[in-house]
Design a protein around this ligand. Sequence first.
Ligand SMILES: [Zn+2]
Length: 281
Amino acid sequence: MRARKSQRKAGSKPNLIQSKLQVNNGSKSNKIVKCDKCEMSYSSTSIEDRAIHEKYHTLQLHGRKWSPNWGSIVYTERNHSKTVHLSRSTGTITPLNSSPLKKSSPSITHQEEKIVYVRPDKSNGEVRAMTEIMTLVNNELNAPHDENVIWNSTTEEKGKAFVYIRNDRAVGIIIIENLYGGNGKTSSRGRWMVYDSRRLVQNVYPDFKIGISRIWVCRTARKLGIATKLIDVARENIVYGEVIPRYQVAWSQPTDSGGKLASKYNGIMHKSGKLLLPVYI
Ligand SMILES: [Zn+2]
């Protein structure tokens, strides 16, 4: 659905009379509109397209419903009083828990935030829910739909999926890939990427222990530190009894926003003055 290029001006309102005339002329009455909230382009005259948009729209803005029974809890946060968020747009400091979600749900008095690990061997629906989220997330990131083997294998642990839950909704996800083999040896997948040019540094193969295959946060929960929290908690829970250091985390195909996050999280300044990001291929 991302590939469908809008033939008309984004946001143009459907004109029912015109579409009727088009039907009479025997041509397809596709009215392509672009939602200014989730940025999806779709045909407003197609029932199927509208249903896909509705699902995508809700996930993009508010995340997906998540059962309290799904996932194994690796982190909980109940008291946010000390955590503050500096808003870039207004310069004001607001508590982390005064999220847009809460504003739209005034009935919720108790707010719990937690991060869970998705268990591939459970048939209670958590794997299916995670797979569904990933289908829509990959569409947004324009990423291939090939990451599920990393986290949902019941025979071989290539990595793990973690989900950030707020008010029974999955508002963020991270998929972590192990970059070392069973013998403890690191793979040769690590590289340095020059942040400005997105070019890989040639002939240098740094050792990184884990890779971020996918990371995503729904729109109403962005800029609250959720992505950083997901990486931090994943570093502590990917290998039993071990905390992977921040500099051992590599990024896969960083998007513009992913690159920005990477540069702040663990980019390093080379002596040439160029900022380098740890990545893997
Ligand atoms: Zn939308």
